[in-house]
Design a binder for this molecule. Sequence first.
Ligand SMILES: [Zn+2]
Ligand SMILES: [Zn+2]
Length: 609
Amino acid sequence: MENKNDKTQNKKINRKIVKPPVKTANRTDKRNQSKNPNKRLPVKANAEKSNNRHIRKPSLKPRPLRVVFLGGVGEIGKNMTALECGDDIIIIDAGAIFPTEETPGFDLIVPDVSYLVENAKKVRALILTHGHEDHIGGVPYLLKEMKIPVAGTKLTLALVDNKLREHRINDVKEITLSPDKKVQFGCFKVQPVNVNHSIAGSLALAIETPYGTVFHSGDFKIDLTPVAGEPIDLKTISDIGASGVLLYLGESTNIERAGYTMSETTVGNTLDRLFGENSDRRLIVATFASNVHRLQQIIDIAVKHRRKVALSGRSMHNVLEAAEKIGEIRIPEGAVVDISKIKNMRDNEIVVISTGSQGEPMSALTRMANGDNPQISVGKNDTVIISASPIPGNEKLVYRVINNLYRLGAEVVYESLENIHVSGHACREEHKIMHTLLKPQYFIPVHGEYRHLKKHVLLAKELGMPENKMFIPEIGNRIEVTKNGLRRVENVQSGSRLIDGEGIEDENQSMVIEDRRQLSEEGLFIVSIAVSNGEVVGEPAINSRGFVFDFHRDYNREIREVILKAIDSFDLSRGNIDDFKKHIRRNLRNYLMKKTRQSPMIVPVVVEL
Ligand SMILES: [Zn+2]
Ligand SMILES: [Zn+2]
């Protein structure tokens, strides 16, 4: 086995090295940068010349348009892009991402917004494309750093309001966006464009700048038969394309899927049939709370099949309440009953709509599957429909829930068996339509891991876009867009902030992650030593947790000897307590590594009597 200790050491060092370079902007830097630009970008030989052209009217020359990528590129989640022009910055989305096993125990991860904080005076607004967590989850953390207006559609703002209440943030200026109503933010004129997605009130943004129009797709798909609201506004998108698009920032989530995404209506047809086939059983449907149109379909089908709807899960209540308040969902009189009432109702009179379609550990459905949901116990006469597909990474959790539901005797219907879910993201043919309508001068793919972004660039190339007019961004990149070309300028500080309760850690500098990893992989060793007047008193006490220990060997006695030897070889009257602890730790670590090939976290505790 490798020396794990060395490995850990290397990891720490590497992290420091890969930290993105942060430079203060100055002319020399920029010039150096342009001599050594990203390979994909054309070096503009005439850039100096074109500058000269404008020297005559310096007051009219706007400073360059820049796009700053702070999240959602090279990853799926925590989307955040900023546009900068002169003294104005607008931020598009402030998303969050849920922690993985690489960041154990954290609640949430949000983008590092140091660059925006440094330039807070320039920030005119945060503009939200829609109300999914990967677009609004970071809003409270951004607003704690700067006071800026927040713009979005009614539903998006209603969902943001829920978050702001939780964080006790009030007095935020909110601007309600509706399609085709242009709003000016500094030098940016923003035109919201209606698109389809898996949440109501989703927008693309056409942003007029002094250099031309930047079009940001938001998350979108083309659904010509949506359940509610209008189909994506292809007419306006085509008009915007006809009047010229400088840069297209296009989402890439489903770029690997061929063809077209099915319409939301198909889900309704499947659900209707399943309700018919299960007419004497109790139905439990789990789905994303934020998919308001899906909720609408389930409620309408329940009414048709003379069933009452009960809601299970906090976010289900929150979203339904918010959506009903603003008229985004229509609930027929008496259609919804309180979950406490279902005990007295017959199975064929009820459908429960529940959270937990991703197998989230504390969610309503997971608790049902574990048999510890106080309101619903699942049994043989239940059919559970999971109207969602597992987000990559959640598969294990979801299948664990499905297994447990089967164990309880329930029937389970999930995506691989029936058409009970459709994606909210455009597939390849829809992307081709978008590119063809917009005919942008430059293209930068967003919202995707590197392979998604790469595939999106290749798709655009198929459609005739030259490769030197595209760029695959990484977090922290800053791209200058002029009529002469795309140019990469110096990176900004960027990365992840890890949220744990009230605490916020900077991922680049966090020891907490390393500590948690070490604890979870190698365990913990605590050595308590009592000291009085510079002398060790009594026997050291040794405790370990999560450490695999072979008691057949004489480790226990040997460890004691190692510690006693370490105590003897240290002159407490000369050194201080901190050095003493380090000395104990080093000796014990060397011993454990040699004997057990393990490197638990060692915590010496010295108590002065
Ligand atoms: Zn979305
Ligand atoms: Zn998204």
